[in-house]
Design a protein around this ligand. Structure first.
Ligand code: NDP
Ligand code: 8X3
Length: 257
């Protein structure tokens, strides 16, 4: 039977690259995103290779997600895979200067959207059983703090812990769960983070030879294609140009001010 994969956030970056990678391998696809034109154009293109269903839906909208998933055609009653990819970071200002609306958006998308999608699709993954896989897009920001990571990093720490906990509950179902934790990757992620500011986007990646969305898609394809008796629990990756820096120290003051 042709395996079916559900990808959230397929209109750009990792999600789009995964759609192309898995379509090339003959997987059927259910692709989601909010930008209708992009989604339909990708779905039309990949339809020449495989069965593709585009769903224009906002992962934050619980009722819309429920409606979209409960209305899936019967041929998608079982799913071989889910890539919980839709997500974003907004800004890198210090916490004390941040806008609460931005924080709400990150929590609603990265945490609640991922929760809704997972819960709604779990029965179809469990119905598939052995070999089914969920890959959640965590981040190095969920493992390591950096200035300005606050709610984005915390949302990805949620994704990590949720991924590990899911494994306990899915014990005995055959459904695998992986938290993928990439570092610096070049995508629209940084345009979104910096409100479309091209010069800030360019500065993030300048001379850094970042990971590309196609690299992420290849990694996820590898995760999915591990033998059914193996679960990759978590996988952190960075470009070779990226590593950690020193702890910050304020000098010349006993109390740090
Ligand atoms: P992109 O900005 O290129 O893609 C993000 C995708 O998420 C888009 O398809 C967007 O679609 C979708 N999306 C965002 N908000 C919503 C929403 N409310 N409802 C539905 N879809 C939504 O970024 P990346 O591909 O780089 O990022 C993908 C994931 O990987 C994110 O979770 C990100 O946090 C994570 N990540 C990214 C890293 C990087 O450096 N790029 C590193 C580590 C993790 P649309 O706007 O059409 O809805
Ligand atoms: C994206 C990677 O380092 O910008 O999750 O947080 S980072």
């Amino acid at each position: 039977m042709t395996p079916t994969l559900f990808i959230t956030g397929a209109t750009s970056g990792f999600g789009e690259a995964c759609a192309r990678r898995f379509a090339a391998a003959g997987w059927s696809l259910i692709l989601t995103g909010r930008r209708e034109e992009r989604l339909h154009s990708l779905a039309d293109e990949l339809s020449a290779q495989t069965d593709v269903l585009p769903l224009v839906v906002d992962v934050r909208d619980r009722l819309a997600m429920q409606e979209a998933i409960l209305s899936l055609p019967p041929r998608f009653s079982t799913l071989r895979g889910l890539i919980n990819n839709a997500g974003l970071a907004l800004g890198t200002s210090p916490a004390q200067d941040c806008n609460l609306d931005d924080w709400d958006t990150m929590v609603d998308t990265n945490i609640k959207g991922l929760m809704y999608t997972t819960r709604l699709l779990l029965p179809r993954l469990i119905a598939h059983g052995a070999g089914a896989s969920i890959v959640n897009l965590g981040s190095i920001a969920g493992n390591w703090p950096y200035p300005g990571s606050h709610v984005y990093g915390a949302s990805k720490a949620f994704v990590r812990q949720f991924s590990l906990s899911l494994r306990c509950d899915l014990q005995g179902t055959g459904v695998r769960v992986t938290n993928l934790e990439p570092g610096l990757c070049e995508s629209e992620f940084s345009l979104v983070r910096f409100s479309g500011d091209q010069s800030k986007y360019d500065a993030v990646y300048a001379g850094a030879n970042p990971i590309q969305p196609t690299d992420i898609a290849e990694t996820i394809f590898w995760v999915f294609n591990q033998p059914a008796h193996i679960n990759i629990n978590s996988l952190e990756l960075m470009p070779i140009t990226q590593s950690w820096n020193n702890f910050a120290i304020t000098r010349g003051s006993a109390n740090g001010v």
